[in-house]
Write a protein that binds this ligand. Structure first.
Ligand SMILES: Nc1nc2c(ncn2[C@@H]2O[C@H](COP(=O)(O)OP(=O)(O)OP(=O)(O)O)[C@@H](O)[C@H]2O)c(=O)[nH]1
Ligand SMILES: [Mg+2]
Length: 359
């Protein structure tokens, strides 16, 4: 249904879709409500924006004093370079992997539905870390009602499957469909480029079908697209120490018509575990930038992390909101033509850049 939104509304919507900070998301939503054309065709959207404003306002305010308590908040505030959700059918080894990579002591059990609440943990990789969120299983017969909420702020997902479990492929197809119903799409396309040697299957990084679906969606149903989430997804085939048939992956891909980048791992033999860090780094398109104060050496201890394509202005915004406003220029060592070159706000930063911000 054509709703004729303005470019200003579109901008507010895009800012909302990028924002991971609750206060920022709330102000974007309010801006969207202000700018959305008010007519019959957008009534549904207006109502949804209002609901989201209400939910987020309550979430930011925290649990009510005394009286009725709202349930636990299942969205986890992102931390580190990116938030990565661990999803999959029951008993596939999600918590085992989470514990191994983050030291979370996530509960592991030889039976399904061991995990029943989201659990964040930090996974260190080189001089940065990723936030991995362990989640309860999703199956054809059950998904926690709050699961879509828990996935709102994730930058990517690891879809963990155990191909030695009968019915795993069917369950995984069901997961994709269940999430799709909730407007969460598990997509094969990632922002960055993988080093193909690290992958079992590199995939087509989004097949033609889903590309055309996306295009169609954006052209015709712009409005319904507002709260759709596209989660770059990597297929992690767990327990490679057990007997399973690699053809199962082909069956799965055949069924869903998408080829995700895939890697197989085992916690028993250690296979594939050291690939997860580099793959996340590459796929997410992480860029590390080190800041320095004029006349002093760079702080090489703690980089700021950005995503591929982000600029000097985005670095300033990470350092301080005011600095983003007042920024005049930067000097940069690394991606500029010569060391210490003066660059403007729109200069795209690269991994390893050292940057001196001048406000
Ligand atoms: N052989 C083998 N077993 C594994 C491996 N990783 C995990 N397991 C076992 O698989 C079972 C399930 O592990 P969990 O980590 O609890 O699986 P989960 O996906 O978190 O399960 P739910 O929370 O119920 O969805 C446990 O008995 C683990 O010991 C592996 O690499 N190889
Ligand atoms: Mg678990």
């Amino acid at each position: 249904m054509p709703t004729n939104v303005t470019p200003e509304y579109k901008k507010a919507k895009e800012a909302f879709q990028r924002a991971k900070d609750p206060a920022e998301r709330l102000s974007c939503l309010k801006e969207m409500l202000r700018l959305v054309p008010k007519h019959k065709g957008t009534e549904h959207l207006q109502a949804e924006i209002k609901t989201r404003i209400k939910q987020l306002t309550e979430e930011i305010a925290g649990p009510k004093k005394g009286g009725a308590r709202t349930g636990p908040v299942h969205t986890i505030q992102p931390d580190g370079a990116a938030q990565v959700a661990l999803i999959g059918p029951p008993n596939t080894g999600k918590s085992s992997l989470h514990d191994h990579l983050t030291g979370s002591h996530a509960e592991v059990g030889p039976y399904p539905h061991t995990t029943n609440a989201p659990l964040p943990g930090m996974f260190a990789f080189e001089d940065i870390s990723f936030q991995l969120v362990d989640l309860p299983p999703i199956s054809a017969s059950f998904m926690e009602p709050w699961m879509p909420n828990a996935l709102q702020l994730a930058h990517a997902a690891l879809l963990i499957v155990d191909l030695s479990i009968p019915g795993c492929v069917e369950n995984t197809v069901a997961i994709r469909n269940r999430l799709e119903e909730k407007r969460i799409s598990l997509v094969a396309k990632w922002r960055g480029t993988f080093d193909r040697d690290h992958l079992d299957a590199a995939g087509e990084l989004d097949d033609k079908k889903s590309d055309s679906e996306t295009a169609h969606f954006e052209d015709d149903e712009e409005i319904d697209d507002t709260f759709r989430i596209r989660l770059p997804t990597m297929l992690v085939a767990s327990k490679s120490d057990l007997e399973w048939d690699r053809d199962e992956i082909d069956v799965f891909e055949e069924l869903i018509g998408v080829r995700y980048p895939a890697v197989s791992i085992s916690l028993k033999t250690g296979e594939g575990l050291d690939r997860i860090g580099p793959l996340l780094f590459q796929g997410l398109g992480i860029v590390r930038v080190y800041t320095k104060i004029p006349g002093r050496p760079a702080d090489k201890e703690r980089p700021y992390t950005l995503f591929y394509g982000e600029t000097v202005h985005d670095v300033a915004a990470l350092v301080h909101r005011d600095l983003a406003e007042s920024l005049k220029f930067a000097r940069i060592w690394g991606s500029a033509k010569f060391d210490g070159q003066q660059v403007g706000k729109d200069h795209v930063v690269r991994d390893g850049d050292i940057i001196e911000l001048h406000g």
